[in-house]
Write a protein of this length. Sequence first.
Length: 75
Amino acid sequence: MQKTKLDKKTKFNDGWCFAVVNNRLAEIHFKKGSGIWAHCYVERSEFSKREQKMIDKDIKKCVFSYRKGFYKNKI
């Protein structure tokens, strides 16, 4: 059986990304089946220019509020 182009796609399982949580910049960590399981607040000045471009891209689609152990998508 030969592999097709569809088999070579990147599959996203567990990971992290930048997001806005409670109106502050944060890194969120998530699992595919569970959703978000942790976050930590960060300062934008800690990152390089390349990472700051990633921040701009990610925060447009990831805005959450966190309260009493639950995350709510604001978008």
